[in-house]
Design a protein around this ligand. Structure first.
Ligand SMILES: Cc1cc2nc3c(=O)[nH]c(=O)nc-3n(C[C@H](O)[C@H](O)[C@H](O)COP(=O)(O)OP(=O)(O)OC[C@H]3O[C@@H](n4cnc5c(N)ncnc54)[C@H](O)[C@@H]3O)c2cc1C
Ligand code: FES
Length: 260
């Protein structure tokens, strides 16, 4: 557990907020953070908000030792979090879990994300580009007012967008953009978003024979492997086991993720 100081909180879209705070760990240390990991944030001291909220690491600024998360204020906890201001203190655990593995032999990575699954893609794109990989991002949003991180991701590669109502990018689902032409030459994909999207991405990319990783959005309690509140069926060695996503995930190899 660490108490951190909030540096900045700002609105970045319709009900969407970016929260920057001092890192609970020294980011210069090897292994201090990895793209795809999450921060487990206590949103209030009140007894009503005992459960922390898991939010993906979006950006790590090593020179300032600061971390940024981007989140949608939808339920009571995240709405409470959106009222936090610069100078306030927050109780933050993490970065926790296992993030996206990066394969040094790869040349071209495809990032697929929907809605609040987009934030972890920024630090991932940064890391992939730093290792010399070409990055293509395919992002899905409800509408133009929910678009986040488009310009930031364009600094690392090509960005394609789909929206439910066609107010930005192509009208339709993010998976509609996963054509054979787009996947040609891609060594690996990385996906994060709601479960129906992940299921569809898994099927589409299996069809293109491209291996990849899925970041699962299970509900979490403790975030550190104690409460067993976050299990998901994972296929390993012919068996399907209930695995704790907070400790062994949230990122899993796509072929081992079972959707029921
Ligand atoms: C590994 C991981 C990374 C995530 N990263 C982000 C992110 O970067 N940005 C973002 O906006 N959201 C992210 N989420 C989803 C976010 O955690 C939930 O939207 C948030 O916890 C909901 O809390 P609430 O107070 O708004 O809702 P409430 O309904 O008040 O929450 C009640 C309880 O349910 C849990 N809960 C509700 N919805 C979810 C959900 N979809 N996933 C997990 N727990 C849930 C809450 O943590 C809380 O314990 C992530 C979830 C996981 C598991
Ligand atoms: S959230 Fe408690 S074991 Fe995973």
């Amino acid at each position: 557990m660490a108490t951190v100081e909030v540096v900045e909180q700002m609105a970045v879209g319709d009900g969407l907020f970016s929260l920057r705070f001092r890192s609970p760990v020294d980011l210069r240390l090897a292994g201090a953070y990895h793209p795809g990991q999450f921060l487990h944030i206590r949103v209030s001291d009140s007894f009503d908000f005992l459960l922390r909220r898991p939010l993906s690491l979006c950006k790590a600024d090593v020179s300032r030792n600061e971390l940024t998360v981007i989140y949608r204020a939808q339920g009571e906890g995240t709405k409470r979090l959106s009222r936090v201001r610069a100078g306030d203190q927050l109780d933050v655990l993490g970065p926790l879990g296992r993030g996206f593995p990066i394969h040094d032999g790869d040349r071209h990575a495809l990032l697929v994300a929907g809605g609040i699954g987009v934030p972890p893609m920024l630090e991932l794109a940064h890391a992939l580009k730093a290792r010399g990989q070409q990055v293509t991002a395919v992002l899905g949003f409800q509408n133009a007012r929910h678009v986040i991180l488009q310009e930031e991701l364009m600094a690392y590669g090509t960005v394609h967008i789909a929206s439910d109502d066609g107010t930005v990018g192509t009208k339709g689902l993010v998976t509609d953009l996963l054509t054979d032409a787009l996947c040609t030459g891609v060594n690996r994909y990385y996906a994060c978003g709601p479960t129906p999207m992940l299921r569809a991405v898994q099927a589409a990319m299996q069809g293109c024979s491209v291996p990849g990783y899925l970041s699962l959005e299970e509900r979490m309690g403790c975030g550190i492997g104690i409460c067993v509140g976050c299990v998901h069926p994972i296929r390993r060695g012919g068996d399907v086991k209930q695995v704790k996503t907070c400790k062994e995930g949230p990122v899993f190899s796509s072929e081992e993720v079972v959707f029921t």
